[in-house]
Design a protein around this ligand. Structure first.
Ligand code: PLP
Length: 460
C-alpha cells in the first residue's frame, strides 16, 4: 500500500499562498517573481494589506461590498442567527430567516416578482434561472423551448450552464463543448456600434436571432441592465422596452441578470427599475449580503411560478446552502443598513459627482470613452481618440498587465484594468463613497493615465 506523506504547512502567508491557494482567474506563474497581494482588513471604503498599506477599494471587492467594509452590526446579525439555528435546509423545510428574506425581497421588487429561490452565488442564480426557464416551458407545453440568447462579451458566471450564456471566447474555449443552446447577439456598446447599425437596431438583433433560431426553440433572453464585461455598456433609450415587447411576442422569458446591478449599484434596489422594464426573472447575488456571507437568489413572477404550484409539479433543482439561515440573517441586516442609512438616496445624490470626476479625465489622450451609471463606470482606453483605434492584443497586455494594474495598486487604488473586450478601467466603489473618495480616485487615475499615454505614445 502506498504511504502518503503528511504535509505540514509552514511558512509565511506568501509562501503558503503560493504553495497551496489556487487563486481564481489567476496566472499563478506571474507570482513566481512577485508578491501576491494579501488583504487582511477592511473598513468603510478602504482595505489594508499584510504590510499595513491602505488601499481605496474602488471595486467594492468584485462589485460586492456595497455598504462598505467592517460593518460589525451586519456580522452580529449572522452570529446571533448562528447561535439560534446555524443551518437548516430549504429542501421541503423552511426556516424564519429564509422566509422573511424572501418576503422582503418580493416586497422590494417591482411588479409581481413574488417568488424567491435562494442560491449560494451569482453563477448558481444564473444556472437556476436558465433551468427554471426550460422547465417552465416544458410545464406549459413547449418542451422544445430550450435555447437562451445572451450578449457578446457578457459575463454570466462560470458553471457550465452559465458559461454557455457567457459571451467571452477565452473563458468558453478551454471547457468546450458547453451546454447546448447558448446564442449571442451584439452588446449595447454605443461607443463602437456594430457596422451599419444604429442604437435602435440593437434590440432588433434579439428579434432577428429568435427568428433565426426558431421561436419555438427559444426559452429565454438573459441581459444585464448595464453590462459589466466590456466596460459598463448602458442600454440605449427604449432598448429594454423593445426587448420586453419582443419577448412577449414570442413567449420568451426575459431574465435580468442583476448580480452586479441590484442593491444600489445603479441607485435602485433593482437595476431594471433604473431603465423601467419588468423582467420575468431577476438574478441577484453579491450586494444582497454586501458579501458578508455568500448568497444569491432568483426572483420570479407569479406567472412563471404558477405552473410549478400545480398538482405534483415542482422545480427539480436545489442547493444545500440555498437560503442558508446565517446568510439570510446577514442579508436582512444588510438591507436594514440600506434603509436606515439611505444608501440608494446617497448613490442617486452623488453619482453625478463620480461621473463628473471621470469626465474630467477626458483631456488625457488615452481616454477614449467614459460610460456607466450609478456607482458603476468604465473608462475605455484607446490608441487614437479621433479614430477610436484600438490597441492590439500585445499592446493591451503591455498596457494593462505590464503597467496599469500594478501601478494603480502601487499607488493605493484597487480597480480593474480589464481587456475582456477593449481595454477598460472599471470603477465600482462602495455605495457609501462620496466626493472625498472620488477626489482620491482622481488623484491616482490622472497621473497614471497620463503616464500610460506617454508609454503607449498616445498623443491625440
Ligand atoms: C452579471 C453576472 N452574472 C453572474 C456572475 C457570477 O457570479 P458568481 O461569481 O457569484 O458566481 C457575475 C459575477 O461577477 C456577474 O457579474
Amino acid at each position: 500500500m502506498a504511504t502518503t506523506e503528511r504535509h505540514v504547512a509552514t511558512g509565511s502567508l506568501q509562501e503558503l499562498a503560493k504553495a497551496h491557494l489556487w487563486m481564481h482567474f489567476t496566472r499563478m506563474g506571474a507570482y513566481a517573481e512577485h508578491e501576491i497581494p494579501i488583504i487582511v482588513r477592511g473598513e468603510g471604503c478602504y482595505v489594508w494589506d499584510e504590510h499595513g498599506k491602505r488601499y481605496l477599494d474602488g471595486l467594492s471587492s468584485l462589485f460586492c461590498v456595497n455598504i462598505g467594509h467592517g460593518r460589525g452590526d451586519v456580522v452580529q446579525a449572522g452570529a446571533d442567527q448562528a447561535k439560534e439555528l446555524g443551518y437548516y435546509s430549504t429542501w421541503t423545510f423552511a426556516h424564519p430567516p429564509a422566509i422573511e428574506l424572501a418576503a422582503r425581497l418580493a416586497a422590494l421588487a417591482p411588479g409581481d416578482l413574488n417568488r424567491v429561490f435562494f442560491t449560494s452565488g451569482g453563477a448558481e442564480s444564473v444556472e437556476s434561472a436558465l433551468k427554471l426557464a426550460r422547465q417552465y416551458h416544458k410545464l406549459t407545453g413547449h418542451p422544445n423551448k430550450t435555447k437562451f440568447i445572451a450578449r457578446e462579451i457578457a459575463y454570466h458566471g462560470t458553471t457550465l450552464g452559465a458559461l454557455a450564456a457567457t459571451g467571452i471566447p477565452n473563458l468558453r474555449e478551454p471547457f468546450e463543448p458547453l451546454v447546448p443552446g447558448g446564442c449571442h447577439v451584439p452588446s449595447t456598446n454605443l461607443y463602437r456600434l456594430p457596422r451599419h447599425m444604429t442604437a435602435h437596431d440593437l434590440a432588433e438583433t434579439i428579434r432577428d436571432r429568435i427568428l433565426f433560431e426558431g421561436p419555438d426553440t427559444v426559452a429565454a433572453v438573459i441581459l444585464e441592465p448595464v453590462q459589466n464585461a466590456g466596460g459598463c455598456f448602458t442600454p440605449p433609450e427604449g432598448y429594454f422596452q423593445r426587448v420586453r415587447e419582443i419577448c412577449d411576442e414570442f413567449d420568451v422569458l426575459l431574465i435580468s441578470d442583476e448580480v452586479i446591478c441590484a442593491f444600489g449599484r445603479l441607485g435602485h434596489w433593482f437595476g431594471c427599475e433604473r431603465y423601467d422594464y419588468l423582467p420575468d426573472i431577476i438574478t441577484v447575488a453579491k450586494g444582497l449580503t454586501s458579501a458578508y456571507a455568500p448568497m444569491g437568489a432568483l426572483l420570479a413572477t407569479d406567472r412563471v411560478a404558477a405552473p410549478f404550484d400545480e398538482g405534483t409539479n415542482g422545480f427539480m433543482h436545489g442547493y444545500t446552502f440555498g437560503g442558508h439561515p446565517v446568510a439570510a440573517a446577514i442579508a436582512m441586516a444588510n438591507l436594514d443598513v440600506f434603509e436606515r442609512e439611505g444608501i440608494l438616496e446617497h448613490v442617486r445624490a452623488h453619482e453625478a459627482d463620480l461621473r463628473a470626476m471621470l469626465e474630467s479625465l477626458r483631456d488625457i489622450p488615452i481616454v477614449g470613452d467614459v460610460r456607466g451609471a450609478g456607482y458603476f463606470h468604465a473608462i475605455e482606453l484607446v490608441k487614437d481618440r479621433s479614430t477610436k483605434a484600438e490597441f492590439g492584443d500585445d499592446e493591451a497586455e503591455t498596457l494593462l498587465r505590464g503597467f496599469l494594474s500594478g501601478e494603480l495598486y502601487r499607488r493605493g487604488l484597487i480597480c480593474r484594468a480589464d481587456d475582456r473586450g477593449d481595454p477598460v478601467i472599471m470603477l465600482a466603489p462602495p455605495l457609501i463613497a462620496g466626493p472625498e473618495q472620488f477626489a482620491e480616485i482622481e488623484a491616482v487615475l490622472r497621473p497614471v493615465l497620463e503616464e500610460a499615454s506617454e508609454r503607449m505614445h498616445v498623443t491625440g
